[in-house]
Design a protein around this ligand. Structure first.
Ligand code: PA5
Length: 447
């Protein structure tokens, strides 16, 4: 099986010689702290050996549940927010057909996402779309109390029961939640829904290789065994005993910290494949929520190229020089399309006739890399052999482990997210939630 590779030289050239190597002791110490669970946030390290410890029985249980949903549903709505949906969406879009909506031939259910916003229009339009469809729901919430997800689930459950009958609804609603606590657990147990547990020691943004990601991915028709195998292969390749110079995770974590210390405060994740758009979104949450605390942290931004070269290209080339770029490059396209001949050649592009579109995309990528380097933007390149389950599994684990190591080197707890509670407190105070009377008065006085 081919492994993903990391190219660092075009970022390292912006740093004095030996800068990255100087991080080796800190990076190895972070790896040791992860392995020995002596680091900050050590009660959230369940993800670290998840790929190598998932059992065949667990995978078979997930696959059997996915099969039931696939048999009984033409559409499956995944209700969840943040870590409870971004990973599944990233993988399904990376592996799927870009035009699933239009191209769906009935062999796979359509996978939709809800519970990730509080938009009345979104929910109304979703409900209208689901009318007369044989839909099921995967309700994903670790806490079981997240407003966005709970709202969507209330609406969708009611609609599902009304459209399909209570008995069928019980067959096609699945809960992925805490073992004991929260509304999602209580409802699942009461109604007899099939359910899966999100382990206590796996935080939301590190949960894609748990049922949170694996069940929706299996429902979409992808091979979760190969995905987990890819992640397990990366787990081995990034273990602390792998020398620093050969260890992708350690190199990336060291390089990010070195660039941050050199004033590069923004990392832009770039892809040249629209299928990777949601992978950007997953990565932004993983790094943003893990590192952005105590007044520190690289700001994770993302672009889809070449699309965004026509919108953000100017800024990247020529704006404030506080950025570096990490490009995800896919070596092999899945399909073949040749540049067509045009009799009139008004656009002057006949010189490309007969060449693969992917070859043109690769030259755009190379040209962009060189231009951005000339513009003072350090460039890291992650090369994926192709977009398949094994490769995506590797990429996920690579980013997760590098995030843990990177955050520890930065000196933060990468596994908590105290800052995300603030908006919730304000929202509940403004809405007058029982128990929030004092905050309610205080916040209204500020308006
Ligand atoms: O990373 C996290 O912990 C968050 O993004 C959560 O996943 C998100 O807030 C959803 O929480 P829950 O699964 O409890 O509904």
């Amino acid at each position: 099986m081919k492994m993903i590779t990391l190219e660092t030289s075009k970022a390292a050239q912006f740093l004095p010689a030996g800068t990255i190597e100087a991080f080796e002791p800190q990076v190895k110490a972070a790896q040791k702290a992860l392995e020995e669970a002596t680091c900050a946030g050590n009660d959230y390290l369940g993800w670290l050996h998840l790929p190598s410890s998932i059992t065949e029985e667990h995978l078979a249980d997930l696959q059997a549940c996915a099969q039931t949903l696939r048999e009984h549903c033409d559409t499956i709505v995944v209700a969840g927010i943040g870590g409870s949906y971004l990973g599944a969406r990233a993988v399904i879009e990376a592996l799927g057909n870009s035009f699933e909506w239009l191209a769906n031939d009935g062999s796979n259910p359509i996978i939709l996402f809800a519970g990730n916003n509080i938009s009345e229009d979104y929910l109304a339009e979703l409900q209208a779309y689901l009318q007369n469809r044989k839909f099921g729901i995967i309700n994903i919430s670790k806490s079981g109390t997240t407003t966005e997800t709970a709202l969507a689930f209330r609406l969708l459950r009611k609609q599902c029961e009304e459209q399909r009958g209570v008995e069928t609804a019980r067959k096609v609603i699945v809960a992925i939640t805490d073992a004991k606590r929260g509304a999602a657990r209580i409802t699942a147990d009461k109604e007899g829904y099939k359910s899966f547990i999100i382990p206590d020691n796996v935080g939301g943004r590190f949960s894609v290789l748990s049922p949170v990601g694996l069940l929706p991915i299996a429902c979409a028709g992808f091979d979760i065994t190969k995905l987990v195998q890819g992640a397990a292969d990366m787990e081995r390749a990034s273990a602390p005993e792998v020398p620093f110079a050969e260890n992708l995770v350690e190199q990336y974590a060291a390089l990010r910290n070195a660039l941050y210390n050199a004033g590069k405060k923004i990392e832009i994740l770039a892809n040249f494949q629209p299928k990777l758009h949601s992978m950007n979104e997953w990565w932004k949450q993983l790094y943003g929520e893990s590192e952005g605390k105590n007044g520190k942290g690289i700001f994770p931004a993302a672009v889809d190229l070449t699309t965004d070269l026509h919108s953000m290209g100017q800024w990247i080339q020529d704006g404030e020089r506080t950025i570096f770029e990490t490009v995800i490059s896919v070596a092999e396209a899945r399909h073949t399309v040749l540049f067509p001949h045009d009799e009139e050649n008004l656009d002057g592009l006949n010189f490309l006739e007969g060449r693969r579109v992917d070859a043109v995309n690769k030259m755009a990528e190379l040209g962009t890399q060189l231009a951005h380097i000339d513009g003072g933007v350090p460039n890291i390149r992650i090369v994926l052999p192709r977009l398949d389950e094994h490769t995506i599994g590797q990429l996920i684990y690579f980013f997760e482990r590098a995030c843990g190591v990177s955050g520890l080197v930065l000196g933060v707890n990468p596994f908590d997210q105290p800052g995300v509670e603030d908006y919730k407190r304000n929202m509940f105070a403004l809405l007058g939630k029982p128990g929030y009377e004092a905050q309610s008065e205080a916040i209204k006085a500020r308006l």
